[in-house]
Write a protein that binds this ligand. Structure first.
Ligand code: GDP
Ligand code: MN
Length: 384
């Protein structure tokens, strides 16, 4: 989606509007309250043509932001290309740029020529197919020889041929160079900026992003595999996404012990230990590496929200994940209003273990020493 494409843009030095990715109207209001100004709310869906489908709104106060976000989240956007439509579940809130001019830039593979082709037109902001149909001369192309790669003269030649307003020219080589680098690095089928905006204050910014990655290139960047299955299939996956984790970090099972671990491997090991102790996991959440207290707190609530859970086992092997942050998150979760409490077993080793133990001790909790001991304890407690 757009917000992911823009993350990649920033990685190659292509300027994007400042902004934030959100999943709730309250988050929009809070963000605008902290950052007064004019903002664009952009529905994050895979389909294009969001503007015309009513998926892009402008807000300049926290209340207006909340109101419009309520309209957008849950709405199904439709157009001729996507008659079934797509439900909006998240938004990108971005600085509203005062637009002086809009251009279009993309790189894709020309299968016939067997080369990447760069396509540029000064008629940005609309469908490039439409421009191609009505005004084909307004479109300029350059086929890149992959053995030579991108050279700045290509950008200068294209800017001239497409008659881009002069304000685009200085930034254009670096933007196109970044786009080509990204196209090659990720093995993309398409990278597209429509519109590439020239702002009234003279900045050149990628206002929109479309990136289509080739599945066959994903082995080089496993972190991007999540893009392909971003859409949650059910409520549980949606809940996992809402914590900020990926949908594959959370799995529901048939037993009665909730499990939180850092890392999928440790999670599997923990489930085995529970089974060896005669119990069964109700679910399993991998909080990944480097979890902060806030994520731990959300994770606790997610796992305990499963009514099958009769006891919970939190098994942390500290590396990048710090024991004090985990402990702080647990204590904060338990201090929450109307939080559901079940018997809890914690094992905490590694980075900042001592600090973590002190925080837990302050709340009357004592971690167990080993995974097997923790598993046995959790199984006993779940039996009640
Ligand atoms: P798309 O319709 O899905 O391609 O979404 P875009 O990101 O391209 O946005 C659609 C349209 O919304 C743009 O062509 C602009 O007309 C408008 N728009 C988006 N962002 C801004 C902005 O920052 N400032 C202004 N003035 N218009 C914007
Ligand atoms: Mn667009």
């Amino acid at each position: 989606m757009e917000y992911q494409g823009k993350e990649l843009f920033r990685g190659v030095g292509i300027p994007t509007p400042r902004g934030v990715f959100v999943r709730s109207p309250d988050d929009v209001a809070a963000f605008i309250a902290e950052n007064p100004g004019a903002w664009v709310l952009k529905s994050q869906v895979l389909m294009g043509g969001r503007g015309k489908a009513g998926g892009i709104k402008f807000a300049s106060s926290p209340d207006e932001g909340r109101e419009l976000a309520r309209e957008l989240i849950g709405k199904v956007l439709r157009n001729e290309q996507n008659p079934d439509g797509e439900e909006v579940k998240s938004l990108l809130v971005e600085e509203k740029v005062a637009i002086a001019s809009e251009a279009y830039v993309s790189i894709t593979i020309d299968r016939a020529a067997k080369k990447p082709v760069v396509i540029v037109t000064a008629q940005g902001g609309m469908d490039v197919e439409e421009v191609a149909a009505h005004d084909p001369d307004a479109i300029s192309k350059y086929w890149i020889d992959a053995a030579i790669g991108f050279e700045p003269f290509i950008a200068r030649r294209l800017a001239f041929a497409a008659k881009l307003p002069t304000g685009f020219q200085r930034a254009f080589p670096s933007i196109l160079g970044g786009l080509y680098a990204m196209f090659m690095e990720y093995g993309a089928n398409l990278v597209e900026i429509n519109p590439l905006v020239l702002s009234e204050d003279g900045r050149v910014i990628a206002s929109d992003a479309k990136v289509d990655l080739d599945d066959n290139g994903l082995y080089k960047h496993p972190e991007l595999k999540a893009w392909k299955n971003e859409a949650p299939a059910d409520e549980d996956q949606a809940a996992a996404l809402a914590t900020g984790l990926g949908i594959s970090n959370y799995a529901k099972l048939d037993g009665n012990i909730g499990i939180i671990a850092n890392g999928a491997g440790l999670g599997m090991g923990t489930m085995d230990a529970v089974r060896n102790a005669g119990g069964a996991a109700a679910n399993f959440l991998d909080i990944g590496g480097g979890a902060q207290a806030e994520l731990v707190k959300k994770s606790y609530n997610l796992v305990v929200g499963d009514p099958k859970v009769k006891a919970m086992f939190i098994n942390i092997f500290g590396g990048i994940t710090r024991g004090d942050q985990v402990a702080k998150g647990i204590v904060e979760a338990l201090a929450g209003d109307d939080v559901r409490k079940v018997p809890l077993v914690v094992r905490l080793t590694g980075t900042n273990e001592k600090e973590g133990r002190e925080i837990l001790a302050g709340a009357g909790m004592n971690p167990v020493e080993t995974m097997d001991e923790g598993a046995r304890r959790a199984v006993e407690l779940a039996r009640g």
